[in-house]
Design a protein around this ligand. Sequence first.
Ligand SMILES: *[C@@H]1O[C@H](CO)[C@@H](O)[C@H](O)[C@H]1NC(C)=O
Ligand SMILES: *[C@@H]1O[C@H](CO)[C@@H](O)[C@H](O)[C@H]1NC(C)=O
Length: 423
Amino acid sequence: MLGNFEVEQCSFSKLRQFHERVLSFSDRFVKIHCKHCVSESISALIVIGLFLSFLSAVVCTYFHVFPIYQPAVRTYTVHESDDLVAKCNVFYGKWIPDESYPLYNASQCPFAERGFDCVVNGRRDRGYQKWRWQPKNCEIPRFNVQEILGKLHGKRIVFVGDSLSRTQWESMICLLMQGVQDKRNVHEINGNKITKRIRFLGVYFSSYNLRIDFYRSVFLVQPGPAPRHAPKRVKSTVKLDKLDDMSKEWIDSDFLIFNSGHWWTPTKLFDMGCYFQAGRSLKLGMGITSAFRTALETWVSWVESSVNRNRTRVFFRTFESSHWIGRNRNKCKVTRRPWLKTKGRDHSRISDIIIDVVKKMTTPVTVLHVTPMGAFRSDAHVGTWSDKQSVADCSHWCLPGVPDTWNEILLSMMLSKDVVTVQ
Ligand SMILES: *[C@@H]1O[C@H](CO)[C@@H](O)[C@H](O)[C@H]1NC(C)=O
Ligand SMILES: *[C@@H]1O[C@H](CO)[C@@H](O)[C@H](O)[C@H]1NC(C)=O
């Protein structure tokens, strides 16, 4: 993990400073009190040496158990790049109020689904729409829809993942429709309406010959029925070693944006009788994080063998922070303003695994590390202003909102000629 590596480095340098201080002290001590007794100074040095090794062991253990020196801002080395986006890590920064937001009106965008249009569903406060993400050391280029549409002429963009991927897909279409005069020139290719379970949606911008597709694949690998002779509690499986069978439809694309994460929970898996499978064997005892890593490795083999690196740019979005609170993390209270602190939501096991797996790949994949920025936005979830008002929702985001920021960053990266990768 990136974080751990830096923690080790950090505690090491602290340790060295400490050593140096102790050594210089002992040096003085030896000089003043023991000028002529060489043997005594040697034994004193041995004692000090033993004491120091004991101390370093204690300090090492301490930093290992309490990694408090983990820097809040982690930097990734960025390769071969000149432009602004690549010069810094855009995923570390802060939210600042900006009256020029939001970038569109969801009620006027036929592709923003009702469930995410919080205003139409009764949300009165609008402050949550007026925040701009300000990276620490650079600027996200101002959203210029005409320029972007021009550059995307003739392209095919494919989003693959869960409902958070669908939100980003909707957000991107709404953002880009701002630049289209006649909205009738934008349509779903099969005339389908957006629904939660639909597996494929494709929107075509005919004046730009641009396609923006969404494939619902919550695990990225294949779901399957329970094998014969499986224990009764097994109702279905997730085949960790087989990529979703729709994957052949993703290949012919210019940009591929993946996510997965929110379905890798006991409630969505084991409580539903869904267990892991690899080959023909059931993995009843397998934990969720190791299953997630195995599934990602299946995804890696597919990318390395099937994606044409000369044409297709690949992105993977990390875990989209949620804001469930309470002892069982099952209560949802949408705030009026963003949290001032991330309260640990800027870290996620899922994101750590994604970053770790991706950095070992030969195909360059850009990680959209949205976990830290989302961590502050306790104010931006749909709460009870969704199409299912009886159940509060602290996972999904209102549109317009946080997914627009993911897209502003994604679009700027898509249009820069260089690939930004986590090294
Ligand atoms: C958004 O559009 C709807 C429908 O056209 C309109 O009633 C509403 O006032 C608009 N909201 C804003 C903030 O402009
Ligand atoms: C990709 O481009 C490189 C260099 O331009 C070329 O050698 C290679 O054959 C290309 N690969 C494919 C799959 O087109």
